[in-house]
Write a protein that binds this ligand. Sequence first.
Ligand SMILES: [Zn+2]
Length: 262
Amino acid sequence: MKAIIALFILTFASQSFSFTLNNNFGAAFKNDNVKVSVAGNTTCTGITPEELKSLIKPSISDFWNSVSTSALRLKDGGFSASIANIQSGFLCPPTDSTCIAQGATIPPVKDIIIACNNQAANFSNSSNVLAVTVPNNFSKDKIVGAVILINDTSNAFYSLNRNEQISVIAHEIGHAIGLGHSENQAALMYYRTVDMREKLGQDDVDGVSYLYPVKMDGCGLLGTIEETKTPPFFTTLGALVLMILLSELGRLFKRAKARASL
Ligand SMILES: [Zn+2]
């Protein structure tokens, strides 16, 4: 019996809580509505800015916006204004003084910006790295903005087919909204094979729902239709029950009175 319970706990534990948070960079966006845009002045070796922009919509609607238990709603922001140093600047977390000391940093952004970049240091000098994401703007412990850079020093991202590119962008958006890597192989946030996912895994759903919970109303109900309809219904029902009770009491009282007068 104990073995069965232990197995159950182990199974349960391994299926839950595999998601990790991007804790080095803070928890989550303060606002549940976040724009995802392509830097207006980006240039990429293997993809046109228009093609890059066209990856936004499916990477948000088929993935992160499909979670009913999360309040996060990402929006396609099209092209943003020009961003300084976006092509070859260093992408530094605000707390990384060594990175910032190199100069020519990409300035703090608002919401989520996607661009191509040819600064090899951003990609750990590896041509195998497809892309990198760093939240680089904070207000206290909340993310204000994050940058997703596609590795323009290699052909790794450009050689993927469109669906694979969408999967990679969706994975990077996962980092931008505050998620780290998952150990669960079915998760989009699994650290390997990020280009082979068509939907979120349960672990991704748990992670985004944890970071962006749907707000509960006073009764702990999800949604407001039930909330507004329930009280009048119960008021009517309550009044009906009270009327029946009162009329029964009246009848009993009359009977008791009649008996007493006999
Ligand atoms: Zn990753």
